[in-house]
Design a protein around this ligand. Structure first.
Ligand SMILES: O=C(O)[C@H](O)[C@@H](O)[C@@H](O)[C@H](O)CO
Ligand SMILES: [Mg+2]
Length: 382
């Protein structure tokens, strides 16, 4: 079998789909994207594509190593997202060619279902009680919200109290019937993270995510040592090599690699195995589309240390399209009791509505994340 063509489709809300065609009529789909830089990743995909045409898509490991090591400069969000989407599509092709779901090619099921969680509250946590009640009624008992709004490098206790009040209200309203992760979203400096975490401990969040930016990852072990609340991070870490330093220092309770940012299923499967060696859980990051989610599910169903799956249904970013709008088999992604069941169809298990994708790609928005500023005018972390 030989790769014959790569086609990319940028789509609302902020996604990009990749279609890889072969000379045997089997096509694979991937989702190479880094939110806010879709066009840059698209260029990287087509640069890599020049080397892929004519290659055997079954040789995923060799193609992955060639894409990664064949370039003197490597790693980072753009190149690893491009490799990720290509890797996802190659696994899709392999599964379709062999007639099995991808997880069967990675040793088969390790579990029968995987718990999902849902976002509530938007960029600045609001209306979270109503949001949780609505989602709780559909079977969710695990949620995630932003742990704070903008937070100054050193901020005042009123801002800390405001962040804690949201969380205290949740715990008061739902008691121990729900779990929730708090995503600091990299908004908080290392000194303020210590203050916030300490004040939030009594309300027992399930985890605290990106308490500081990934470029400050050396603080993850120090923050983890200072609290019993699991520290989670990984959406802005893009290969085993980004994770190894933090894992070796004991710095995370949960790793959250994004299968569309961190080299795809090939790399994230290795990251999950590394994490398991350190008794660390994996909860794949996925605020994206259906192909990214499907890739995560195949990891969730082979990695024993997978504990939670993020999914973007109803997420505050999905303006202009919802998680399953471009999918012909939404029933395969239905959740029962807040869990996903294993994909059943060959490959990744996503039947892409290609006609709709082609049509909608003609008017794709150029999504950009907001630029926040502090009251004094300095740029704040979003
Ligand atoms: O945990 C999450 O889903 C993420 O922090 C998410 O909010 C960001 O990755 C966002 O997609 C960046 O544009
Ligand atoms: Mg996050």
């Amino acid at each position: 079998m030989k790769i014959t063509r790569l086609s990319t489709y940028r789509l609302a809300p902020r996604w990009m789909f990749l279609k890889i065609e072969t000379d045997e009529g089997i096509t694979g789909w991937g989702e190479p994207v880094i939110e806010g830089r879709a066009r840059t990743v698209e260029a990287a995909v087509h640069e890599l594509g020049e080397m892929l045409i004519g290659q055997d898509p079954h040789r995923i490991n060799d193609l992955w190593q060639t894409m990664y090591r064949g370039a003197f400069y490597r790693g980072g969000p753009i190149l690893m997202s491009a490799i990720a989407g290509i890797d996802e599509a190659l696994w899709d092709i392999k599964g379709k060619a062999l007639g099995v779901p991808v997880y069967q090619l990675l040793g088969g099921l390790v579990r029968d279902k995987i718990k999902a969680y849902s976002w509530v509250g938007g960029d600045r946590p609001a209306d979270v009680i109503a949001g949780i009640k609505t989602l709780q009624a559909t079977g969710f008992d695990t949620f995630k919200l932003n742990g704070c709004e903008e937070m100054g490098i050193i901020d005042n206790i009123r801002k800390v109290d405001a962040a804690v009040a949201v969380v205290a209200e949740i715990r008061a309203a739902f008691g121990n019937t729900i779990e929730f992760g708090l995503d600091f979203h990299g908004r908080v400096s290392a000194p303020m993270a210590r203050v916030l975490i300490k004040e939030l401990e009594p309300h027992r969040p399930l985890f605290i995510e990106e308490p500081v930016l990934a470029e400050q990852a050396e603080y993850y072990p120090r923050l983890q040592a200072a609290t019993h609340i699991p520290i989670a991070a990984g959406e802005r870490m893009f290969s085993r090599f980004d994770f190894k330093r933090v894992l070796a220092e004991g710095g995370l309770g949960i790793v959250q690699p994004d299968l569309s940012h961190a080299g795809g299923l090939t790399e994230c499967h290795k990251i999950a195995a590394m994490a398991e060696a350190y008794d660390v859980a994996v909860a794949p990051h996925c605020p994206l589309g259906p192909i990214a989610l499907a890739s995560c599910l195949h990891l969730d169903f082979v990695a024993r240390n997978a504990v939670l799956q993020e999914q973007s249904m109803g997420i505050h970013y999905n303006k202009g399209a919802e998680l399953l709008d471009y999918v012909l088999n939404p029933q395969d992604f239905s959740m029962a009791d807040g869990h996903f069941r294993p994909p059943t169809k060959p490959g990744l298990g996503v039947e892409v509505n290609e006609a709709l994708v082609i049509e909608r790609s003609k008017s794709a928005p150029d999504w950009r994340n907001p630029l926040w500023r502090y009251p004094d005018g300095a740029v704040a972390e979003w």
